[in-house]
Design a protein around this ligand. Structure first.
Ligand SMILES: C[S@@+](CC[C@H](N)C(=O)[O-])C[C@H]1O[C@@H](n2cnc3c(N)ncnc32)[C@H](O)[C@@H]1O
Length: 355
């Protein structure tokens, strides 16, 4: 038996970090950890179960899917002999269902076993024949014995059906052909374009700083005539192969502005301390046509978010105007700033870029 209430939570595979973040935001006191099978998370609650379920029910989440309270965990093997062990454990550790109300055993089995999910459900249901059998209802039972099998571990909980949260997946869109982003970073740029109502000139040139593995580059290459991607790390092959993408395998500090030409858009997603990143973007402002758009992510490298935003925008305002900052839903560890190049730049920047 667990000392504290435990929840098993599912999310789409690959979205575990985002799901853990959503869970921690809704349940700040809880301990949240991923299980070794992708798309599955365990939450050890610090407080009462019902409070946590209410908080999760209320919380606005995008990738948290199913939430199942469980009461105990048992180590099992692959063989059929483990059906008896599961039944005995259910009898020992779970409160029997109310025989007057409808009931089902719901088995979710991951891994390879010599028994099926149905075998497990039938065996475990037998644990409760003595106290009078509740009517079985497989479509809308009032009580559910949840059995979650992860290869060699089984978790079980006796739940009221209403306590099994089934949250709506809002982040998992189906992409129209050709619209699937290269990575989640690409979504950040899409969101910024939507959120700020950015208009990118289709015939223009974009400079992408901190471009690897290339989500933003690919996104921009689909919307503009040419993209110069700067990063000492590799671009994904299919991005590097795009005919309108040039990869400069350099650090931004190593760029030679004299050889770059002029750009209609500057984007900066470099993993870098925000002030330093803003100062580099300022140094490169002469490469942007006056009035041209720049987009920069402000990375929250410490918990002093406000300080990072203020310091970065102060640095940016020397060379850019109309600096707007907005948090994008895709990443809580950063925020996005959008701005326009000033017509007149401070002298240092103008001469540094040789213009
Ligand atoms: C968050 S990733 C960028 C993701 C990218 N926007 C995408 O859509 O795939 C940050 C990148 O910044 C790069 N970076 C960090 N410091 C840099 C620097 N001084 N110059 C250029 N790139 C840098 C890293 O190599 C890393 O690839």
């Amino acid at each position: 038996m667990f000392d504290h209430p435990v929840l098993l939570v599912t999310c789409p595979r690959g979205w575990e970090a985002e799901a853990r973040h959503e869970l921690r935001r809704a349940l700040p006191e809880a301990h949240v950890e991923s299980l070794y099978i992708g798309g599955n998370i365990m939450v050890l609650l610090a407080g009462p179960l019902q409070e946590a379920l209410d908080a999760l029910h209320e919380a606005s989440t995008s990738v948290v899917a199913h939430v199942t309270p469980v009461a105990f965990r048992l180590q099992i093997g692959r063989g059929r002999e483990w059906l008896d062990a599961m039944r005995e454990a259910a009898r020992l550790y779970l409160t029997p269902p109310d025989p007057e109300r409808s009931f089902m055993v719901a088995v979710d089995r991951r891994g390879t076993h010599q028994f099926t999910s149905e075998d497990a459900a039938l065996a475990i249901a037998d644990a409760f024949v003595d106290g009078g059998k509740p009517p079985v209802d497989l479509s809308s039972p009032e009580q559910v014995l949840s059995v979650e099998i992860y290869q060699d571990v089984v978790f079980m909980g006796m739940n009221e059906a209403r306590d099994l949260l089934r949250k709506e997946l809002r982040r998992m869109r189906r992409w129209a052909p050709g619209e699937r982003p290269i990575n989640r970073a690409a979504l950040k740029l899409r969101e910024a374009i939507e959120e700020f109502g950015l208009v990118l000139p289709p015939g223009g040139r974009a400079l992408d700083l901190g471009a690897a593995p290339g989500g933003w580059t690919a996104e921009l290459a689909g919307r503009m005539a040419e993209v110069v991607a700067v990063d000492s790390a590799d671009l994904e092959e299919r991005v590097a192969a795009l005919p309108n993408v040039t990869h400069l395998r350099l650090r931004t500090e190593e760029l030679d502005p004299e050889k770059m030409g002029r750009f209609d858009l500057l984007v900066n997603d470099m993993n870098m301390e925000p002030v330093q990143s803003a100062e580099l973007l300022c140094e490169l402002a002469p490469l942007l046509r006056p009035g041209g758009l720049a987009v920069m992510t402000i990375k929250f490298v410490t918990c002093h978010r406000r300080r990072h935003m203020v310091e970065a925008s102060t640095a940016l305002e020397r060379c850019y105007e109309d600096v707007r900052i907005s948090a994008m839903p895709h990443n809580a560890k950063e925020t996005t700033a959008v701005m326009r190049r000033r017509a007149a730049l401070p002298e240092a920047e103008d001469s540094a870029a040789g213009r």
